[in-house]
Design a binder for this molecule. Structure first.
Ligand code: ADP
Ligand code: ZN
Ligand code: ZN
Length: 751
């Protein structure tokens, strides 16, 4: 018997091993094995078995033998292995990279195991203790039904030796037990019960069940796009759909963008389903992650809440996968394997017969077109469920404001300042949104114009300016994270007249303090949240009303519910609109819709100010009216005319090297070869006949952290013809060691 093993060494191939007699009965596909590799022992997953080996004829001469089965319960079901294989193929990535993404490293690592602690358990009918003190202690242990040794000592103000005394009297047993490291242990979770649904929610719930109520024959099995405005009560619908799955003995996965995976979100699920919920996210300790994963695999936890990696959770008899905020780009992994968890969810649903629900107030145009074409079913929830109305959105023309270098300078318009003042007087809260952290965008010499730039990074036509960070008085590069001390003079001309250009969150915060000295201001961006939990601390503090204004980057734009916020300001909408990416309009619309969703969630009506130099811009106008459907119609027309997704597939071939000549040379050569390939296919009518190949060009950030980066944009009606062209070129001209070439299938980020 021979087993094919995927070893996590990024070698993009499987290795054959002989299965020794003793393991043949137990060995199964999907198990974690330990096998010899070179002079070491490594771990790998069993991908498939076939006859042969020692006794069979096809025995290749000297196959090494499997050393052990690490865990007899398979890590992957057959259908998850199938899914992983398809994702590897789709994303042109090695299968082992997909498997690595699918199981937490803490679970596979050597030495990882369940944590054990000493547990004290009363013995039934154990008799009576000799002293009064011990009798009391015994009674307490019985009353509590036993407990962890350390916990009992603390609670009963006793010592381990007293409990050991009870043990020697045969009144209790003390032994090691697996102890769950529970990420929710410190949180007090109050149970909630289902809310009575409004008509829109009830219709959505019926649609999730497949239209007919009973999810039996004839039920609609298509993925469902739940198109519901912010606050329409999508989460309550998810909760009740999950409850129905649990009732039917099935499990569910809920995916939320990492940034929205706040304790608040997790608690909504935990308070409904208690310890049936497992949470997976990046802030967990390895121990917690290990335990949560095993609780899912054993079937103890039936509901999984997590970011994109949760799509791989080994939930048994999976009935439902929810992808909340399905348009979020964080579902796309930006390293190998570059899968989009939303698309993997749809695929997994099809393989395992689970219903897939994609929820969003601003669906991606990909999903919207799928719905228009009938590939997806749709349920719409156009109005808010709880209290609150849709906020009024004002577009503020900053060109008209430019002259008035008044109170807030060019940062705040007069209208916005007046609106903030009004909120302060009414003790309501304000959120201000700005797409750039730091103090100012760049630092320049006023005399010679020298711009302080990171030596390790650049864009194609110029250097990458450092951002000034006033809080820790240094200059930081937002591409590589490098920093340098604050300069005192210009290195070119020696002048000490250094100026700040552009606005970052720190500067907005400072300017606001000048305008409103009495206001309490919190700032939330990657700099203020680098400490563990600081993200939650800032948000809870703001929720408790400890600050009047929250200034922040896109971190604050998502999924948060603050009842007392009645004003939202988008300080610079143009920076998002002008991104060199065909999705810039879509992103801007989503951003404004999302930040608007933060205003007026409770009884108080909300107002939104969007500052721009282009108030006639149609995207901003659609966004101001919150008219997604009109926006989508107009944007889809542009995409169709331009030949962009969702009317084709677009992937980006990326080239990275420390050597500029190598990266430019190879990208150019690949682009030329691919173009000739496409022409040949066109003549011969092959699978790549409609492949469009761009020029090779430097990426928007050409040099990042010392690495030069170039790219080629590939478009075709199907992903498979792009992937085929890529396989062809990589096989024909394998890139040298010093160059990294990869294909980013369905790229979401072109800059
Ligand atoms: P979404 O997920 O669509 O943004 P939420 O589920 O967060 O919306 O709901 C917004 C608010 O409306 C929450 O405070 C929630 O408790 C409330 N809510 C949801 N459904 C109902 C309902 N059927 N009746 C009353 N309030 C509801
Ligand atoms: Zn100078
Ligand atoms: Zn840099």
């Amino acid at each position: 018997m021979i087993v094919k093993v995927a070893i996590d060494l990024a070698l993009d191939r499987l290795f054959d091993y002989e299965v020794p007699e003793t393991l043949r009965e137990k060995l199964a596909v999907g198990q974690l094995l330990s096998v010899p590799f070179g002079h070491r022992t490594v771990r790998g997953f069993a991908m498939g078995v076939r006859d042969g080996g020692e006794s069979g004829e096809a025995a290749p001469a000297k196959l090494k033998r499997v050393e052990a089965i690490v865990d007899e319960t398979p890590f992957f079901s057959a259908s998850l292995l199938d899914l992983a294989g398809r994702v590897a193929k789709y994303t042109s990535s090695p299968i082992e990279s997909v498997l690595r993404a699918a199981v937490p490293a803490a679970v596979v690592r050597k030495g990882a195991r369940a944590k054990e602690s000493l547990f004290v358990e009363p013995v039934v009918g154990g008799g009576e203790a000799p002293t009064e003190r011990l009798r009391w202690l015994h009674e307490q242990v019985v009353r509590l039904g036993g407990g962890w040794l350390a916990g009992l000592c603390a609670e009963l103000k006793t010592t381990p030796s007293s409990l050991r005394r009870l043990e020697s009297l045969g009144l209790v047993t003390i032994c090691a037990r697996a102890r769950r490291r529970d990420p929710l242990a410190a949180k007090r979770v109050l149970p909630t019960s289902p809310l009575p649904l409004n008509a829109g929610q009830a219709a959505a719930l019926r649609a999730i069940a497949g239209g007919g109520g009973e999810a039996g024959e004839g039920a609609d099995k298509r993925p469902l796009l739940l198109f519901g405005v912010t606050g329409s009560g999508k989460t309550e619908v998810y909760l009740q759909a999950i409850a129905a799955e649990l009732q039917a003995g099935r499990g569910a996965i809920v995916m939320v963008p990492e940034i929205a995976l706040t304790p608040q979100t997790v608690q909504r699920f935990a308070s409904r389903f208690g310890n049936k919920v497992a949470v997976l996210h990046s802030a967990l300790s390895d121990g917690e992650r290990y335990d949560e994963w095993h609780r899912i695999r054993s079937g103890e936890a039936r509901v999984v809440v997590g970011p994109r990696s949760a799509v791989w959770a080994p939930v048994r008899s999976l009935g439902l996968i929810v992808v909340d905020e399905e348009h979020e780009t964080s579902y796309k992994q930006d390293e190998t394997p570059r899968y989009n968890a939303r698309d993997v969810a749809v695929l997994r649903g099809a393989i395992e017969g689970a219903r897939v629900v994609l929820g969003s107030a601003t669906p991606s145009l990909e999903s919207w077109l799928n719905a228009k074409r009938g590939k997806y079913a749709v349920a719409a929830m156009p109005s808010r469920a709880g209290a609150g109305t849709t906020p009024t959105v004002h577009l503020v023309d900053m060109t008209a404001e430019a002259g008035s270098e008044g109170r807030g300078g060019a940062i705040f318009s007069k209208e916005l300042l007046d609106a903030i003042a009004l909120r302060l007087s009414r003790h309501e809260q304000t959120i201000l949104f700005l797409n750039r952290r730091g103090y100012s965008r760049q630092m320049t010499c006023e005399r010679c114009g020298h711009v302080f730039e990171c030596p390790e990074c650049s864009t194609p036509d110029r250097g990458m300016p450092y951002t000034y960070h006033r809080a820790d008085s240094c200059l930081r590069c937002h591409v590589c994270g490098g920093w340098t001390e604050l300069p005192r003079k210009c290195p070119t001309c020696g002048s000490t007249r250094l100026a700040y250009r552009g606005i970052g969150t720190q500067r907005a915060e400072a300017a606001l303090k000048t305008c409103f000295p009495e206001a309490t201001i919190l700032r939330m961006d990657a700099d203020s949240t680098s400490r563990k939990n600081s993200h939650d601390d800032i948000l809870s503090s703001f929720r408790r009303g400890e600050a009047d204004v929250l200034v922040g980057t896109q971190m604050i734009a998502k999924g948060l519910d603050f009842p007392n916020v009645t004003l939202v300001g988008v300080l610079n909408a143009d920076s998002s609109l002008n991104m060199p990416d065909f999705r810039a309009a879509e992103r801007t619309f989503q951003l404004i819709a999302q930040v608007s969703g933060r205003a007026g969630r409770a009884e108080l009506p909300g107002e939104v100010f969007v500052q721009t130099h282009d108030p006639e811009n149609s995207v901003l106008r659609f966004a101001a009216r919150a008219d997604y459907e009109k926006f989508a119609e107009s944007e889809l027309r542009e995409r169709m005319e331009g030949g962009f997704p969702p009317f084709c597939r677009l992937s980006v071939a990326t080239f990275k090297s420390k050597d500029l000549r190598l990266v430019g040379g190879w990208a150019t050569m690949y682009a030329e070869s691919l173009r000739r390939y496409a022409e040949k296919m066109k003549r011969e009518g092959g699978p790549g006949r409609a492949l469009l190949v761009s020029e090779a060009m430097p990426s928007a950030v050409e040099k990042a952290d010392g690495w030069f980066r170039w790219q080629i944009v590939l478009r075709a009606p199907s992903n498979s013809s792009i992937a085929a062209a890529w396989r062809w070129i990589v096989a024909m001209r394998p890139p040298p060691r010093e160059l990294r070439a990869a294909l980013d299938a369905d790229a979401v980020n072109l800059v």
